[in-house]
Design a protein around this ligand. Structure first.
Ligand SMILES: *[C@@H]1O[C@H](CO)[C@@H](O)[C@H](O)[C@H]1NC(C)=O
Ligand SMILES: *[C@@H]1O[C@H](CO)[C@@H](O)[C@H](O)[C@H]1NC(C)=O
Ligand SMILES: *[C@@H]1O[C@H](CO)[C@@H](O)[C@H](O)[C@H]1NC(C)=O
Ligand SMILES: *[C@@H]1O[C@H](CO)[C@@H](O)[C@H](O)[C@H]1NC(C)=O
Ligand SMILES: *[C@@H]1O[C@H](CO)[C@@H](O)[C@H](O)[C@H]1NC(C)=O
Length: 632
């Protein structure tokens, strides 16, 4: 790897509007692939297929919050082993265009920023706020030295590095911050590496900076001529670069599945390649938002992103080449050589079931195990961030101080439920409050009755806002005329409990009373012979979280769609008759037959005719506007 390090160079040739690699004209045709959305054992498979499509580079982000779970605690192990991923890319003969942030968007929780930054509630993210800069500096002093040996001129495969991400779309527009980052990257990576920025056309003004090469992003439906002409105002000479050419698009819960037609995608690519531009296709393989990692957008209302990040990309979520893959390979072959070699066949798929799940008990019955250190007490409710609960769920509990005979209005002012609250009185499920969507319930209860609110963090905003997205109860709830106080807050460690193998029923203190509301279900099942990729289908279930063999597969929301199945990568499953365990936390309502299926095909496009929003309950108050697909 370290041979002839001093002859290696990757530079902008401003005289001829191109890149030079080792002095030879070069352009990249690249694709995005996020190591954090693909199980590690499948990285090589995805990279190999991308190489065989004719790409000569991959582009990827580094999510800070994935690697620094607590301030000063770093994790580069297993699926977080960034260096192993760079190595796999090198083995696949791919150059790397690295995007370390610190902000990445990527439809990833909080755009990749760690939630613990919000433990200082006044912090102004992505600005020269000293608290933010101190955290960024500390992180990059860990990350960038790891990257340094992998720079192209040092013998590695990283040819260029992006600073920040679409910063021009961020309202703060703080040039001091951008300059600080540029200085930090230079100090830690040296002068030779090509540093660049990426912005949508409207963001070029605030997002570009002298000393950083300006690139742009746009999709097949946009006017390439017009946008490249605009780019020339910022970068009069040098190669044209589209850093995010959209092959597809993301999905939001409750909205239609996004697709992008093949002819427009290939036509747009060929137009750019004809001009000699370098292009990165976003995404080439989307992958999955496992666990709690999905982000959210704010477009008139809060819009969380689905668990699937299939993206209608050329390589499907399960790693299979789609017709878009072959069409793009054909387009690329008109401009550069496609490597020889057989494309692997689609991965083996598996069908199983239906399986009937067993009731383990309602969530409240396991509180001692879910929150072993006991609750935090406070007069007014505190946010997730204030009690250091970064992801998942927290239970808020108080007791009624008077008997409420008549159904009485229960609500949280200022849209203060972030993001969903499952409400129980004396263990009996009463309904859901939801940010921007549902603001009222009517409750009754006796003096001393236990009022529980299970708050769900649906993923922090990853784009479209410059305000911090705190989670939990942001305001004290009101019942009738009374502001409720004296709260107990239980940060829940659900993932730890689910990893225990023995049946949860055995842990129950009291038998479950409510057939609805947050409830655990599970079962074990053998797979005879070898395992294949499969898609977990949960017909009739409402909404919740699901684990396979202790691995948090992500959220399901059958009732809202469009995603109806969850991708289960085969490495998660045990073969040859060993027992596999599936656990569901269903938050609302189970079907009469609590069954699940494993299918051999995904269903990602089943929204109830796009009419879900208008069919929501009558007291929906949030004003939401028609969605515009802008920004990324
Ligand atoms: C990472 O792996 C090393 C060596 O296997 C281990 O000592 C360390 O505890 C692991 N760190 C984390 C955060 O898992
Ligand atoms: C958002 O950005 C604007 C413009 O810089 C600033 O005035 C405002 O305080 C910011 N809001 C937050 C919550 O950071
Ligand atoms: C694209 O933009 C160019 C330059 O502004 C303009 O001349 C052309 O008509 C536009 N094309 C389309 C299809 O709108
Ligand atoms: C959903 O996708 C499948 C597979 O691509 C397709 O056959 C079906 O027509 C789609 N359904 C809708 C409602 O778009
Ligand atoms: C969603 O899809 C349905 C069925 O194809 C269609 O009727 C509806 O207009 C779509 N909604 C949006 C917002 O595109």
């Amino acid at each position: 790897l370290l041979l002839q390090a001093d002859t290696r160079s990757f530079v902008v040739d401003r005289d001829h509007d191109r890149f030079l690699l080792d002095g030879v004209p070069f352009r990249y045709v690249s694709g995005s692939l996020h190591y954090f959305r693909v199980p590690r054992v499948l990285w090589a498979d995805r990279l190999y297929k991308m190489r065989l499509s004719g790409l000569n580079a991959i582009q990827f982000y580094v999510p800070w919050n994935y690697h620094e779970p607590e301030p000063g605690v770093y994790n580069f192990n297993g699926s977080r082993d960034l260096i192993a991923f760079l190595n796999e890319a090198a083995k696949a003969n791919m150059f790397v265009i690295l995007r370390p942030g610190p902000y990445i968007c990527a439809e990833w929780d909080m755009g990749g920023l760690p939630a613990w930054l919000l433990r200082k509630p006044k912090i102004h993210l992505r600005t020269s706020d000293p608290d933010f800069l101190a955290a960024v500096d500390a992180w990059f002093q860990v990350l960038l030295p790891k990257i340094h040996p992998w720079l192209y001129h040092n013998g590695g495969n990283i040819i260029s590095i992006q600073v920040e991400n679409e910063y021009g779309s961020y309202k703060a527009c703080d040039v001091i911050y951008l300059r600080h980052l540029a200085g930090l990257f230079r100090a830690l990576l040296g002068d030779q590496i090509l540093l660049f920025t990426t912005d949508g056309p409207e963001g070029l003004k605030c997002g570009s900076l002298k000393g950083l090469y300006t690139t742009v992003d746009f999709g097949p439906a946009d006017n390439m001529t017009k946008i490249f002409a605009l780019l020339r105002k910022y970068e009069p000479h040098g190669p044209l670069v589209n850093s995010e050419y959209y092959t597809g698009w993301l999905d939001y819960w409750g909205q239609n599945h996004s697709t992008r037609g093949i002819p427009a995608v290939t036509r747009g690519l060929e137009k750019m390649l004809k001009l000699g531009a370098s292009v990165n296709m976003y995404m080439f393989h989307g992958g999955t938002n496992f666990g709690y990692w999905n982000g959210a957008d704010e477009k008139g209302r809060f819009l969380p992103i689905t668990t699937s990040y299939d993206y209608d990309a050329p390589i499907s979520e399960a790693g299979d080449p789609t017709p878009k893959f072959f069409a793009l390979r054909n387009s690329i072959s008109k401009f550069q050589e496609i490597p020889l070699g057989p494309l692997p066949p689609p991965s083996p798929k598996m069908m199983l079931g239906p399986l009937t799940l067993n009731l383990d008990g309602d969530l409240l019955a396991f509180l001692d195990f879910l929150c072993p250190h006991g609750p935090i007490r406070s007069i007014l409710p505190m946010t997730f961030e204030a009690v250091k609960q970064d992801h998942g769920f927290m239970l808020y509990r108080t007791y009624l101080t008077q008997t409420i005979f008549e159904p009485t209005l229960f609500w949280v002012p200022n849209n203060g439920v972030h993001d969903r609250a499952y409400v129980m009185v004396d263990g009996v499920f009463q309904g859901v409050l939801e940010r921007n969507m549902k603001h009222k319930l009517f409750l009754t209860g006796k003096l001393g009755a236990k009022l529980d609110m299970l708050l769900e963090n649906m993923g922090r905003l990853s784009f479209g806002s410059n305000s911090s997205d705190f989670k939990g109860l942001l305001e004290p709830p009101i019942l009738g005329q009374t502001i409720l106080t004296q709260w107990l807050m239980f940060p829940l460690q659900i993932d730890k409990l689910v990893k225990w193998w023995f049946p949860l029923q055995l842990l129950q203190r009291a038998k479950s009373q409510s057939p609805s509301g947050p409830t655990f279900y599970s079962t074990t099942f053998p797979i005879l012979g070898s395992v294949g990729d499969t898609f977990l289908y949960l017909p009739g279930w409402t909404k919740g979280q699901v684990w396979i063999n202790g691995f948090n597969l992500g959220r399901y929301w059958t009732k809202r769609g469009p995603q109806q199945t969850l991708y289960v990568p085969r490495p998660l499953l045990f073969p040859r008759g060993a027992l596999n365990k599936i656990t569901l936390l269903e938050l609302e309502k189970v079907p009469p037959q609590p069954q699940i299926h494993f299918l051999d095909k995904p269903i990602l496009n089943s929204t109830l005719g796009g009419t879900y929003l208008s069919s929501l309950s009558a007291d929906t108050e949030g004003a939401y506007e028609p969605m515009k697909l802008s920004g990324h």
